[in-house]
Design a protein around this ligand. Sequence first.
Ligand code: ARG
Length: 464
Amino acid sequence: MSVQKPWQGRFTQGTDTLVEQFTASINVDCRLYHHDIAGSMAHARMLAKVGAISVPERDQILSGLAQIEAEIAAGRFVWKQELEDVHMNIEADLIARVGEPGKKLHTGRSRNDQVVTATRLFTRDAIDGLRATLAAVQNALLDLATVEAATVMPGFTHLQVAQPVTFGHHLLAWFEMLERDDDRLIDCRRRVNVLPLGAAALAGTTYPIDRQYTASLLGFETVCENSLDAVADRDFAVELAAVLAILMSHLSRFCEELILWATTQFGFVDLPDSFCTGSSIMPQKKNPDVLELIRGKTGRAYGDLMALLTLVKSQPLAYNKDNQEDKEPLFDAVDTASSCLQAFGALIPVLRLNRPRLREAAASGFSTATDLADYLAKRGLPFRSAHDTVGQVVRRAIALNKGLMDFTLDELRKFSPLIDQDVFDVLTVDGSVNSRRHFGGTAPDAVREAIRRAHERRTNKGQE
Ligand code: ARG
């Protein structure tokens, strides 16, 4: 207990060393220094505006804080565990640096509204950074979808070949999932971007503060309506973790597909050597580590969400020290999602597709059987009967170990006299995808239209 603590006044005993170590959060929350200082600067400006401190006092506080920020950024600032957290470290240093005016910074403020202000500022910046990284992934998907708009591949349900689709269409499915993640980030940001400062410890303050002014200095859209709620809740952090958990679930699905597609059995894609590692014993191995790690890190993101949800559960109002535990999962969720998006975004442009293999796979598994049923139904056979007829054709094909395309017209007509020469147009993979031209369909033209709309939507959102 070498350092005087700001709250020392009423204490007769020093803090137990173990307790000091146990309660300190400086190792984690020092990361908030920039946002803590931004909050303090805005608070000092507001205090001077309403006359609670003088203009020269304000200026000394501001220049002291600016020096501290520069020192921290340069790695020259010494954090003290005895001073518990980022807030007390910076305030104590300010007082040591500028003297009396530094002692006035905490006028009309508490660490309770201070910490949640810094955390909200951090979260807002994190959302903006994540959105930029996400946009790069989405653009990479649109670029690849443009190149592969007409590349056919099998579409799956239950991981069994279902119907042919285009590779571009599959990539646009990924794009849409990420687009909703981006929408959720935008939506979450609105609830993050609210100023808690002014709530003080819990009950507000007796000074004639101007919270709207502080909010405008910090770019907060609105001000927390209730002082108890302002310091008590961390739902904004829970919400971001939830958004990121969903986002990671999407990335895990994309990665799982790529991992499958890169196997010898599928052989749809070849991952660049630069994104893989080898085996120390099996000379032939090339492992999709990056994709597996993203898939694995999804578990971390879910864990962060659970930690935050459990942290806020059952807490009585208003602030409790439990809330100090919000930072690690929040930081981890942001770092995890951000690094995974970066890695995934870097992989997309260097993927190499095996188009002949994709085409061959698209034609396998009687993938155009539904097209044949539709063909019969369009010629007047009720769809249920058509389904049954085609089921018999498939059964015969399995028995003869051949594909639907391998039957002659005469053979097919034995199943239904409605079948004519033009049946072979619908039995091909290209015929199948080309006939699905509607909005949201898999035809190359529909895919190109969807890509055009996607760019338009991004532009309207200000993301392009
Ligand atoms: N380090 C604390 C936190 O992260 C700051 C708030 C402390 N407030 C208090 N009343 N002990 O929550």
